[in-house]
Design a protein around this ligand. Structure first.
Ligand SMILES: [Zn+2]
Length: 117
């Protein structure tokens, strides 16, 4: 399976979370098919509610910043761990160009997911 991360361009749209206005910054997901196929779904409003709202409906530019292929069990745990975080900026090469790889490897280590190199 493929775990992937999108970075959203900063814009005026956002949503309310626990009484605070937040702008969409990142979205992570997982797909069993191909990323190209999943990307098409997200961009045509047939993916997740989050990407439908901010990319498809509101037109905020989103860019895939990485894809990571691993076994399905690991992919699910990785996606869960990422979604549980308040912010994904630390793993994003646009938001954290210096330390994103190191942060990601640290997370893989914490989850006991084999590093492929
Ligand atoms: Zn980012």
């Amino acid at each position: 399976m493929i775990v992937y991360l999108y970075h959203f361009r900063n814009g005026r749209y956002g949503y309310e979370r626990k009484g605070t206005f937040v702008r969409p910054r990142h979205y992570c997901g997982v797909t069993a098919t191909s990323f190209a196929q999943r990307d098409k779904e997200h961009r045509s409003g047939r993916g997740a509610a989050f990407t439908r709202e901010f990319s498809y409906r509101r037109g905020i530019a989103m860019k895939p910043v990485w894809k990571y292929e691993c076994h399905s069990d690991d992919a699910r745990r990785l996606e869960r761990a990422l979604k549980n975080r308040k912010s994904l900026s630390v793993f994003c090469p646009i938001c954290n160009p210096q330390g994103n790889e190191k942060a990601f490897l640290r997370l893989l280590g914490k989850l006991n997911i084999d590093i492929p190199y």
